[in-house]
Write a protein that binds this ligand. Structure first.
Ligand code: MLT
Length: 395
Protein backbone atom coordinates (compact mmCIF):
# COMPACT_ATOMS: atom_id res chain seq x y z
CA UNK A 1 0.00 0.00 0.00
CA UNK A 2 1.24 3.47 -0.83
CA UNK A 3 2.26 5.27 2.37
CA UNK A 4 1.80 8.87 3.47
CA UNK A 5 5.37 9.95 2.64
CA UNK A 6 5.19 8.41 -0.82
CA UNK A 7 1.87 10.03 -1.59
CA UNK A 8 3.23 13.42 -0.50
CA UNK A 9 6.10 13.08 -2.95
CA UNK A 10 3.57 12.36 -5.70
CA UNK A 11 1.44 15.45 -5.09
CA UNK A 12 1.45 17.91 -7.97
CA UNK A 13 3.97 20.72 -7.63
CA UNK A 14 1.20 23.26 -7.31
CA UNK A 15 -0.75 21.35 -4.67
CA UNK A 16 2.35 20.70 -2.62
CA UNK A 17 2.91 24.48 -2.39
CA UNK A 18 -0.33 24.88 -0.43
CA UNK A 19 -0.75 24.70 3.31
CA UNK A 20 -3.64 22.60 4.64
CA UNK A 21 -6.97 24.45 4.15
CA UNK A 22 -7.24 26.80 7.12
CA UNK A 23 -10.54 25.50 8.45
CA UNK A 24 -9.57 21.86 7.93
CA UNK A 25 -6.51 22.49 10.13
CA UNK A 26 -8.62 24.25 12.76
CA UNK A 27 -11.06 21.30 12.77
CA UNK A 28 -8.20 18.94 13.56
CA UNK A 29 -7.02 21.05 16.50
CA UNK A 30 -10.58 21.41 17.76
CA UNK A 31 -11.25 17.67 17.58
CA UNK A 32 -8.05 16.97 19.51
CA UNK A 33 -9.24 19.19 22.37
CA UNK A 34 -12.80 17.77 22.23
CA UNK A 35 -11.35 14.25 22.53
CA UNK A 36 -9.85 15.33 25.87
CA UNK A 37 -13.37 16.00 27.13
CA UNK A 38 -13.35 19.82 26.81
CA UNK A 39 -16.72 21.45 26.05
CA UNK A 40 -15.48 23.42 23.06
CA UNK A 41 -17.28 26.49 21.67
CA UNK A 42 -16.48 27.00 18.01
CA UNK A 43 -16.31 30.64 16.94
CA UNK A 44 -13.97 29.97 14.02
CA UNK A 45 -15.68 29.20 10.71
CA UNK A 46 -18.46 31.47 9.43
CA UNK A 47 -21.05 28.71 9.40
CA UNK A 48 -24.44 30.03 10.61
CA UNK A 49 -25.96 28.05 13.51
CA UNK A 50 -29.54 29.13 12.68
CA UNK A 51 -31.50 26.56 10.63
CA UNK A 52 -32.39 27.14 6.98
CA UNK A 53 -35.89 28.72 6.78
CA UNK A 54 -38.70 26.15 6.57
CA UNK A 55 -40.16 27.27 3.19
CA UNK A 56 -36.78 26.58 1.54
CA UNK A 57 -36.65 23.09 3.05
CA UNK A 58 -40.21 22.42 1.90
CA UNK A 59 -39.37 23.56 -1.64
CA UNK A 60 -36.44 21.13 -1.69
CA UNK A 61 -38.60 18.29 -0.38
CA UNK A 62 -41.23 18.78 -3.07
CA UNK A 63 -38.66 19.20 -5.85
CA UNK A 64 -36.69 16.14 -4.74
CA UNK A 65 -39.82 13.99 -5.23
CA UNK A 66 -40.09 14.94 -8.91
CA UNK A 67 -38.13 12.44 -11.07
CA UNK A 68 -37.54 15.08 -13.75
CA UNK A 69 -35.18 16.70 -11.25
CA UNK A 70 -33.12 13.55 -10.82
CA UNK A 71 -31.22 13.82 -14.08
CA UNK A 72 -28.24 16.04 -14.92
CA UNK A 73 -28.89 19.72 -14.34
CA UNK A 74 -27.91 22.25 -17.01
CA UNK A 75 -24.34 23.56 -16.83
CA UNK A 76 -25.25 27.21 -16.38
CA UNK A 77 -28.17 26.53 -14.03
CA UNK A 78 -31.93 26.31 -14.62
CA UNK A 79 -33.30 29.27 -16.53
CA UNK A 80 -35.89 29.75 -13.76
CA UNK A 81 -33.10 29.95 -11.15
CA UNK A 82 -31.17 32.50 -13.21
CA UNK A 83 -34.36 34.50 -13.69
CA UNK A 84 -35.00 34.48 -9.93
CA UNK A 85 -31.43 35.72 -9.45
CA UNK A 86 -31.94 38.52 -11.95
CA UNK A 87 -35.17 39.63 -10.23
CA UNK A 88 -33.59 39.47 -6.78
CA UNK A 89 -30.57 41.44 -8.01
CA UNK A 90 -32.75 44.12 -9.51
CA UNK A 91 -34.83 44.46 -6.34
CA UNK A 92 -31.74 44.57 -4.12
CA UNK A 93 -29.23 46.59 -6.19
CA UNK A 94 -31.29 48.14 -8.96
CA UNK A 95 -29.05 46.61 -11.63
CA UNK A 96 -30.27 44.42 -14.49
CA UNK A 97 -28.67 41.17 -15.63
CA UNK A 98 -29.82 39.02 -18.51
CA UNK A 99 -30.56 35.50 -17.21
CA UNK A 100 -29.60 34.14 -20.65
CA UNK A 101 -25.93 34.98 -20.58
CA UNK A 102 -24.97 37.18 -17.62
CA UNK A 103 -25.82 34.82 -14.75
CA UNK A 104 -24.54 31.38 -13.80
CA UNK A 105 -25.46 29.01 -10.94
CA UNK A 106 -22.58 27.86 -8.72
CA UNK A 107 -22.04 24.96 -6.33
CA UNK A 108 -21.49 27.60 -3.63
CA UNK A 109 -19.55 30.78 -4.34
CA UNK A 110 -16.30 29.06 -3.23
CA UNK A 111 -16.53 26.82 -6.30
CA UNK A 112 -16.85 29.76 -8.70
CA UNK A 113 -14.13 31.72 -6.93
CA UNK A 114 -11.77 28.77 -7.35
CA UNK A 115 -12.69 28.00 -10.97
CA UNK A 116 -12.41 31.55 -12.29
CA UNK A 117 -8.62 31.21 -11.89
CA UNK A 118 -8.53 28.16 -14.18
CA UNK A 119 -10.60 30.00 -16.72
CA UNK A 120 -8.28 32.99 -17.07
CA UNK A 121 -4.77 32.34 -15.71
CA UNK A 122 -1.86 30.95 -17.68
CA UNK A 123 1.26 29.78 -15.84
CA UNK A 124 3.09 32.87 -14.61
CA UNK A 125 0.10 35.22 -14.82
CA UNK A 126 -0.55 37.27 -11.73
CA UNK A 127 -3.71 37.40 -9.66
CA UNK A 128 -4.03 40.34 -7.26
CA UNK A 129 -5.40 39.00 -3.98
CA UNK A 130 -6.26 40.76 -0.73
CA UNK A 131 -4.16 39.89 2.34
CA UNK A 132 -5.66 39.12 4.81
CA UNK A 133 -8.26 37.43 2.63
CA UNK A 134 -10.42 34.38 2.04
CA UNK A 135 -7.77 31.66 1.51
CA UNK A 136 -9.29 30.40 -1.76
CA UNK A 137 -8.17 33.47 -3.80
CA UNK A 138 -4.56 32.59 -3.06
CA UNK A 139 -4.74 28.80 -3.23
CA UNK A 140 -6.77 28.69 -6.45
CA UNK A 141 -4.26 31.05 -8.10
CA UNK A 142 -1.44 28.68 -7.21
CA UNK A 143 -3.37 25.58 -8.31
CA UNK A 144 -3.99 27.23 -11.68
CA UNK A 145 -0.25 27.87 -12.06
CA UNK A 146 -0.59 31.61 -11.46
CA UNK A 147 1.30 33.86 -9.09
CA UNK A 148 -0.62 35.56 -6.29
CA UNK A 149 0.44 39.14 -5.58
CA UNK A 150 -0.75 40.17 -2.14
CA UNK A 151 -2.56 43.46 -1.71
CA UNK A 152 -2.06 44.36 1.96
CA UNK A 153 -5.25 45.43 3.76
CA UNK A 154 -4.22 47.83 6.51
CA UNK A 155 -6.36 49.21 9.27
CA UNK A 156 -5.17 52.76 8.52
CA UNK A 157 -6.73 52.40 5.03
CA UNK A 158 -9.90 50.89 6.45
CA UNK A 159 -8.70 47.54 5.09
CA UNK A 160 -8.89 48.63 1.44
CA UNK A 161 -5.95 48.01 -0.95
CA UNK A 162 -3.73 50.86 -2.16
CA UNK A 163 -3.64 50.25 -5.91
CA UNK A 164 -1.03 53.00 -6.33
CA UNK A 165 1.53 50.82 -4.49
CA UNK A 166 1.39 47.96 -6.99
CA UNK A 167 4.56 47.92 -9.12
CA UNK A 168 3.99 48.37 -12.86
CA UNK A 169 5.74 45.08 -13.75
CA UNK A 170 3.18 43.29 -11.54
CA UNK A 171 0.26 45.20 -13.05
CA UNK A 172 1.46 44.23 -16.52
CA UNK A 173 1.24 40.54 -15.66
CA UNK A 174 -2.02 40.80 -13.69
CA UNK A 175 -5.02 39.09 -15.27
CA UNK A 176 -7.48 39.07 -12.40
CA UNK A 177 -8.02 40.91 -9.12
CA UNK A 178 -10.23 40.04 -6.16
CA UNK A 179 -12.00 42.44 -3.85
CA UNK A 180 -14.36 41.38 -1.05
CA UNK A 181 -16.58 43.93 0.75
CA UNK A 182 -18.14 43.43 3.25
CA UNK A 183 -14.79 41.89 3.99
CA UNK A 184 -13.83 38.54 5.35
CA UNK A 185 -11.99 38.45 7.76
CA UNK A 186 -11.90 42.12 8.85
CA UNK A 187 -15.64 42.95 8.46
CA UNK A 188 -14.70 46.25 6.73
CA UNK A 189 -17.17 47.77 4.31
CA UNK A 190 -16.19 49.62 1.13
CA UNK A 191 -17.54 53.00 0.12
CA UNK A 192 -18.92 53.87 -3.30
CA UNK A 193 -15.72 55.86 -3.97
CA UNK A 194 -13.54 52.86 -3.12
CA UNK A 195 -15.51 50.62 -5.48
CA UNK A 196 -15.22 53.34 -8.13
CA UNK A 197 -11.45 53.29 -7.66
CA UNK A 198 -11.35 49.50 -8.07
CA UNK A 199 -13.36 49.67 -11.31
CA UNK A 200 -11.21 52.51 -12.63
CA UNK A 201 -7.98 50.62 -11.80
CA UNK A 202 -9.21 47.37 -13.37
CA UNK A 203 -10.42 49.12 -16.54
CA UNK A 204 -7.28 51.17 -16.93
CA UNK A 205 -5.12 48.07 -16.70
CA UNK A 206 -7.41 45.60 -18.44
CA UNK A 207 -7.71 43.34 -15.39
CA UNK A 208 -10.77 41.15 -14.72
CA UNK A 209 -12.32 42.46 -11.52
CA UNK A 210 -13.79 39.73 -9.31
CA UNK A 211 -16.00 40.97 -6.50
CA UNK A 212 -16.85 38.52 -3.72
CA UNK A 213 -20.15 39.67 -2.19
CA UNK A 214 -20.95 36.66 -0.03
CA UNK A 215 -21.77 38.90 2.94
CA UNK A 216 -24.01 41.43 1.15
CA UNK A 217 -27.05 40.62 3.30
CA UNK A 218 -25.33 40.60 6.68
CA UNK A 219 -25.57 44.21 7.77
CA UNK A 220 -26.91 46.40 10.60
CA UNK A 221 -28.84 49.65 10.87
CA UNK A 222 -30.22 49.27 7.35
CA UNK A 223 -26.76 50.19 5.97
CA UNK A 224 -27.00 47.95 2.92
CA UNK A 225 -23.69 47.08 1.23
CA UNK A 226 -23.50 47.96 -2.46
CA UNK A 227 -22.58 45.80 -5.44
CA UNK A 228 -19.62 46.49 -7.74
CA UNK A 229 -22.28 46.83 -10.45
CA UNK A 230 -23.61 49.95 -8.78
CA UNK A 231 -20.55 51.59 -10.36
CA UNK A 232 -21.18 52.68 -13.97
CA UNK A 233 -19.04 50.75 -16.44
CA UNK A 234 -18.33 47.84 -14.08
CA UNK A 235 -20.03 45.42 -16.47
CA UNK A 236 -17.20 46.00 -18.93
CA UNK A 237 -14.69 44.17 -16.73
CA UNK A 238 -16.32 42.62 -13.66
CA UNK A 239 -17.91 39.47 -12.30
CA UNK A 240 -19.47 39.22 -8.85
CA UNK A 241 -19.82 36.10 -6.71
CA UNK A 242 -22.86 35.66 -4.47
CA UNK A 243 -23.86 32.99 -2.04
CA UNK A 244 -27.08 31.85 -0.41
CA UNK A 245 -25.00 30.34 2.41
CA UNK A 246 -24.79 33.24 4.83
CA UNK A 247 -28.02 35.06 3.88
CA UNK A 248 -30.33 32.06 4.35
CA UNK A 249 -28.17 29.80 6.56
CA UNK A 250 -27.51 27.39 3.71
CA UNK A 251 -23.78 26.64 3.93
CA UNK A 252 -24.38 22.88 3.64
CA UNK A 253 -26.59 23.19 0.58
CA UNK A 254 -23.82 24.46 -1.72
CA UNK A 255 -25.59 27.00 -3.85
CA UNK A 256 -24.48 30.40 -5.07
CA UNK A 257 -24.28 32.33 -8.32
CA UNK A 258 -22.16 34.73 -10.31
CA UNK A 259 -23.37 37.72 -12.33
CA UNK A 260 -21.40 39.93 -14.65
CA UNK A 261 -19.86 40.61 -18.00
CA UNK A 262 -21.16 37.96 -20.36
CA UNK A 263 -17.74 37.00 -21.73
CA UNK A 264 -16.29 36.55 -18.25
CA UNK A 265 -19.35 34.55 -17.16
CA UNK A 266 -18.97 32.46 -20.29
CA UNK A 267 -15.29 31.76 -19.49
CA UNK A 268 -16.33 30.50 -16.07
CA UNK A 269 -19.07 28.37 -17.67
CA UNK A 270 -16.54 26.78 -20.06
CA UNK A 271 -14.30 25.65 -17.25
CA UNK A 272 -17.22 24.48 -15.13
CA UNK A 273 -18.79 22.43 -17.90
CA UNK A 274 -15.47 20.60 -18.22
CA UNK A 275 -15.12 19.77 -14.53
CA UNK A 276 -18.55 19.67 -12.88
CA UNK A 277 -22.13 18.95 -13.84
CA UNK A 278 -23.98 21.77 -12.14
CA UNK A 279 -26.22 22.14 -9.10
CA UNK A 280 -28.93 19.52 -8.31
CA UNK A 281 -32.18 20.93 -9.75
CA UNK A 282 -34.05 20.41 -6.48
CA UNK A 283 -31.52 22.62 -4.72
CA UNK A 284 -31.88 25.27 -7.43
CA UNK A 285 -35.67 25.15 -6.94
CA UNK A 286 -35.12 25.64 -3.20
CA UNK A 287 -32.79 28.51 -4.15
CA UNK A 288 -35.56 30.09 -6.23
CA UNK A 289 -37.79 29.92 -3.14
CA UNK A 290 -35.07 31.61 -1.07
CA UNK A 291 -34.81 34.50 -3.52
CA UNK A 292 -38.52 35.43 -3.34
CA UNK A 293 -39.45 38.79 -1.73
CA UNK A 294 -41.32 37.18 1.20
CA UNK A 295 -38.10 35.47 2.38
CA UNK A 296 -36.54 38.81 3.22
CA UNK A 297 -38.05 38.53 6.71
CA UNK A 298 -35.78 35.57 7.46
CA UNK A 299 -32.69 37.50 6.40
CA UNK A 300 -33.88 40.33 8.63
CA UNK A 301 -34.25 37.94 11.59
CA UNK A 302 -30.66 36.77 11.05
CA UNK A 303 -29.46 40.36 11.02
CA UNK A 304 -31.20 41.10 14.32
CA UNK A 305 -29.73 38.02 15.98
CA UNK A 306 -26.22 38.80 14.73
CA UNK A 307 -26.49 42.43 15.78
CA UNK A 308 -27.46 41.41 19.33
CA UNK A 309 -24.60 38.94 19.56
CA UNK A 310 -22.17 41.51 18.20
CA UNK A 311 -23.07 44.10 20.82
CA UNK A 312 -22.66 41.56 23.61
CA UNK A 313 -19.33 40.18 22.39
CA UNK A 314 -17.77 43.54 21.54
CA UNK A 315 -18.54 44.88 25.00
CA UNK A 316 -17.04 41.80 26.73
CA UNK A 317 -13.90 41.92 24.59
CA UNK A 318 -13.46 45.59 25.39
CA UNK A 319 -14.01 44.90 29.10
CA UNK A 320 -11.08 42.48 29.12
CA UNK A 321 -8.92 45.07 27.38
CA UNK A 322 -8.99 43.78 23.82
CA UNK A 323 -9.17 46.15 20.86
CA UNK A 324 -11.86 45.14 18.37
CA UNK A 325 -12.33 46.30 14.79
CA UNK A 326 -15.95 46.00 13.81
CA UNK A 327 -18.30 47.43 11.23
CA UNK A 328 -22.02 47.26 10.55
CA UNK A 329 -21.49 44.26 8.28
CA UNK A 330 -20.66 40.52 8.43
CA UNK A 331 -20.78 38.35 11.52
CA UNK A 332 -17.05 38.63 12.13
CA UNK A 333 -15.07 40.55 14.73
CA UNK A 334 -11.44 41.31 13.91
CA UNK A 335 -9.65 41.51 17.22
CA UNK A 336 -6.12 42.77 17.92
CA UNK A 337 -3.85 40.36 19.74
CA UNK A 338 -2.88 41.36 23.27
CA UNK A 339 0.64 42.83 23.33
CA UNK A 340 3.47 40.40 22.80
CA UNK A 341 1.35 37.52 21.52
CA UNK A 342 1.23 36.18 17.97
CA UNK A 343 -2.05 35.23 16.32
CA UNK A 344 -1.26 31.55 16.79
CA UNK A 345 -0.38 32.05 20.47
CA UNK A 346 -3.59 33.91 21.34
CA UNK A 347 -5.68 31.36 19.43
CA UNK A 348 -4.04 28.55 21.41
CA UNK A 349 -4.72 30.41 24.68
CA UNK A 350 -8.38 30.69 23.73
CA UNK A 351 -8.53 27.01 22.81
CA UNK A 352 -6.49 25.50 25.63
CA UNK A 353 -7.43 27.80 28.51
CA UNK A 354 -11.10 28.52 27.85
CA UNK A 355 -12.10 25.99 25.17
CA UNK A 356 -13.01 28.56 22.52
CA UNK A 357 -11.96 28.12 18.90
CA UNK A 358 -11.12 31.37 17.12
CA UNK A 359 -9.30 31.82 13.80
CA UNK A 360 -5.71 33.12 13.92
CA UNK A 361 -5.43 36.17 11.67
CA UNK A 362 -2.30 34.93 9.92
CA UNK A 363 -4.35 32.03 8.55
CA UNK A 364 -5.77 34.66 6.15
CA UNK A 365 -2.30 35.79 5.04
CA UNK A 366 0.76 37.41 6.58
CA UNK A 367 -0.96 40.79 6.99
CA UNK A 368 -3.48 39.10 9.26
CA UNK A 369 -0.72 38.55 11.83
CA UNK A 370 -1.49 40.65 14.90
CA UNK A 371 -5.20 39.79 14.84
CA UNK A 372 -7.62 36.94 15.42
CA UNK A 373 -11.16 36.51 14.11
CA UNK A 374 -14.30 35.69 16.04
CA UNK A 375 -17.33 34.43 14.11
CA UNK A 376 -20.69 35.05 15.79
CA UNK A 377 -22.24 31.92 14.32
CA UNK A 378 -22.85 29.90 17.47
CA UNK A 379 -26.22 29.73 19.29
CA UNK A 380 -27.03 32.56 21.74
CA UNK A 381 -26.44 30.39 24.82
CA UNK A 382 -22.99 29.43 23.50
CA UNK A 383 -22.16 33.08 22.80
CA UNK A 384 -23.26 33.87 26.35
CA UNK A 385 -21.11 31.04 27.72
CA UNK A 386 -18.16 32.15 25.56
CA UNK A 387 -18.53 35.69 26.92
CA UNK A 388 -18.42 34.34 30.49
CA UNK A 389 -15.28 32.33 29.75
CA UNK A 390 -13.58 35.32 28.08
CA UNK A 391 -14.29 37.44 31.18
CA UNK A 392 -12.13 35.01 33.18
CA UNK A 393 -9.17 35.28 30.80
CA UNK A 394 -6.10 36.95 32.28
CA UNK A 395 -4.41 38.72 29.38
C1 MLT B 1 -14.99 31.62 6.74
O1 MLT B 1 -15.22 31.27 7.90
O2 MLT B 1 -14.07 32.39 6.44
C2 MLT B 1 -15.84 31.07 5.65
O3 MLT B 1 -17.07 30.65 6.13
C3 MLT B 1 -15.19 29.88 5.08
C4 MLT B 1 -15.88 29.44 3.84
O4 MLT B 1 -16.86 30.04 3.42
O5 MLT B 1 -15.37 28.45 3.26
Amino acid sequence: MINEIEIKSKLSNNLSKLPKYLFAEIDELKNEVISKGVDVIDLSIGDPDIPTPQPIIEALYEAAKDPSNHRYPSYSGMYSFRKAVSEWFYRRFNVEFDPKNEIIALIGSKEGIAHIHWAFLNPGDVSLVPDPGYPVYNSATILAGGIPYKLPLKEENNFFPSFENIPSNVINKAKIMFINYPNNPTSAKATYEQFEKAVWFAKKNNIILCSDLAYSEIYEDNEKPISIFNIPGAKDIAIEFHSLSKTFNMTGWRIGFAVGNQNIVNGLLSIKSNVDSGVFNAIQIAGIRALQPDMEKYAQQNREIISRRKKKMVSILKDVGLEVYTSTATFYLWVKNPKGLSSKEISMIFLKEIGIVVTPGNGFGENGEGYFRISLTAPDDKIEEAANRIKKLKL
